[in-house]
Design a protein around this ligand. Structure first.
Ligand code: CAA
Length: 263
């Protein structure tokens, strides 16, 4: 089947790793509705593509990851469409969060509003030294609508999340690292390279184990610990029955490299 083509996205696939660029550099990769729709389509396609095991998501150019939802477009939004508009952005962040393959956000500049919300839906965040983060919606008379009011406090704690969501203030990469909004800071010119090194390590692991790890972490997040541990042991048992598990255990004992088939 032919790989899909998009107006606002560019991507490549190399060694089971897909690097995706949101490609609207002139507007700092601000998310129009069309881009959100394309991103949903891309991630649905990736989820079922055996040639892609890890995704690195970044913004075109060297200034922005994503500078938020498209404010011009939002200003023209029919009032009756506002709930479905937020629902569309939430659908995208949910698809990313629950994808069966890891998504690494390579944050290469501004990650504002919807851009920060997309970044926090990704599984791992590496940020360039020039990256900047904010949830500026309150200054526009809005609230974060693509999952920010919910995911941010789960990631960095309620106090810090409220500080960002209520002030709209912009923080730099060092502060983002300090509050654990990002995992690592990397020089701008080697950001993608470093993400690639991590992606390469991930892609050598069992796809079944990766998928079930994401599921266990996501499902358990909103449960009490006993219920969450129950989910973990169920998924552990499921993975234990996979041929990937047989292969992994056997390879260790034989001192060989495992060849995971993802089943
Ligand atoms: N929407 C639409 N256009 C945007 C945009 C956005 N979020 N961010 C930047 N742009 C456009 C600018 O309007 C400008 O276009 P023009 O040349 O046609 O004027 C172009 O991108 C370049 O931007 P600037 O000239 O402003 O660049 P700068 O370096 O001076 O400033 C910035 C950079 C501080 C990021 C500034 O562009 C900015 O504040 N952008 C808006 C950020 C924001 O508020 N994002 C949140 C959006 S709301 C949201 O996301 C809601 C939600 O949760 C769903």
């Amino acid at each position: 089947m032919k790989n899909p083509e998009y107006k606002y996205l560019k991507y490549n696939i190399n060694n089971y790793i897909s690097t995706l660029f949101i490609n609207r550099e002139k507007y700092l990769n601000a998310l129009s509705k069309d881009i959100i729709v394309e991103l949903i389509d891309f991630y649905n396609w990736v989820d079922n593509n055996k040639n892609i095991k890890v995704i690195i998501m970044t913004g075109a150019g060297d200034k922005a990851f994503v500078a938020g939802a498209d404010i011009k477009e939002m200003s023209r939004l029919d009032l009756s469409k506002s709930k479905s508009y937020a629902a569309l952005g939430q659908k995208l962040t949910l698809i990313i969060e629950n994808l069966s393959k890891p998504v690494i956000a390579a944050i290469n500049g501004y990650a504002l509003g919807g851009g920060c919300e997309i970044a926090i839906a990704c599984h791992i965040r590496y940020a360039s030294t020039n990256s900047k983060f904010a949830q500026p919606e309150v200054g526009l008379g809005l609230i974060a609508g693509f999952g920010g009011t919910q995911r941010l406090s789960r990631l960095i704690g309620k106090g810090m999340a409220l500080e960002l969501l209520l002030s709209g203030k912009m923080i730099n990469a060092e502060e983002a690292l300090r509050i654990k909004l990002v995992n690592k800071i990397i020089d701008n010119n080697i950001l993608l390279e470093e993400c690639y090194v991590l992606a390469d390590k991930i892609k050598n692991n069992s796809p079944i184990a990766i998928r079930h790890t994401i599921k266990a972490v996501n499902q358990g997040e909103s449960m009490d610990i006993e219920e969450a541990l129950d989910v973990e042991s169920d998924l552990f048992s499921k993975v234990f029955h996979s041929s990937d598990c047989r292969e992994g255990l056997k390879a260790f004992l034989n001192k060989t490299k495992p060849e995971f088939l993802g089943n």
